[in-house]
Design a protein around this ligand. Sequence first.
Ligand SMILES: Cc1cc2nc3c(=O)[nH]c(=O)nc-3n(C[C@H](O)[C@H](O)[C@H](O)COP(=O)(O)OP(=O)(O)OC[C@H]3O[C@@H](n4cnc5c(N)ncnc54)[C@H](O)[C@@H]3O)c2cc1C
Length: 219
Amino acid sequence: IETGLTADCTMLEIGENREFLMTRPAFGGNLMATIICPDHRPQMSTVRPGVMTRLSKDENRDGKITDFKVNFDHSKMKVKVLNIIKEAKAKVDITEAKILVSGGRGVGAQGGFDNLELLANELGGVAAASRALVDAGIVSHDRQVGQTGKTVRPDVYFAFGISGAIQHLAGMEESEYIIAINKDKAAPIFGVADLGLVTDLGKTATYLVEEIRKIKAEK
Ligand SMILES: Cc1cc2nc3c(=O)[nH]c(=O)nc-3n(C[C@H](O)[C@H](O)[C@H](O)COP(=O)(O)OP(=O)(O)OC[C@H]3O[C@@H](n4cnc5c(N)ncnc54)[C@H](O)[C@@H]3O)c2cc1C
């Protein structure tokens, strides 16, 4: 803190005295702390990808590209890249999706998540997950939303069977419109949801898929 540097923020705002308000996980990720450095300048902060909204394209602006030649002395380098092996499976970029259909522990097993993928496909979106499903080996880590996953801001975020732990909320609460489906009406996810359905998630996902297919067939 003495250096005025805070890394890996999940939120960055400007305070009253033009100080950074740098929010990041603290105490092993069990709470979010907003750090202020009133006495040290310059203030610096790094933010996680997806935290800032992208500016829309402005054709009137131009920039200058300057090539900067860096002369590396390879004999002084302690780390050498021996080989680059690409992962065979194509990774999914959940940060680019406009619609995310996310599932949590409540989804249960692989079949439950497959159902959500079906819904995501019908909606033209992408399926994502809480860490619970990643830890269970049902979903790959590139689809994990949250503090140790990705920060996302889709237009619509469906949370199926996700309780709304602070580490999950840190990655999705800035979504434009949040729809939570949970059988527990006291689940914290409802605190950030724009629309909440207190019901069984399996029935809801199946119902939505059927209704969307009907509407598409009528067109
Ligand atoms: C350092 C640290 C980093 C972490 N990073 C992340 C992270 O990046 N992302 C993340 O997600 N978590 C992260 N976690 C884990 C986090 O604390 C929670 O444990 C996790 O988010 C819980 O996942 P969940 O909501 O899917 O499961 P649970 O908390 O178990 O919630 C399951 C929900 O499903 C509901 N449910 C069950 N059955 C049904 C049904 N049939 N119909 C409807 N609802 C149903 C239940 O009511 C419940 O609310 C982190 C934890 C730590 C300590």
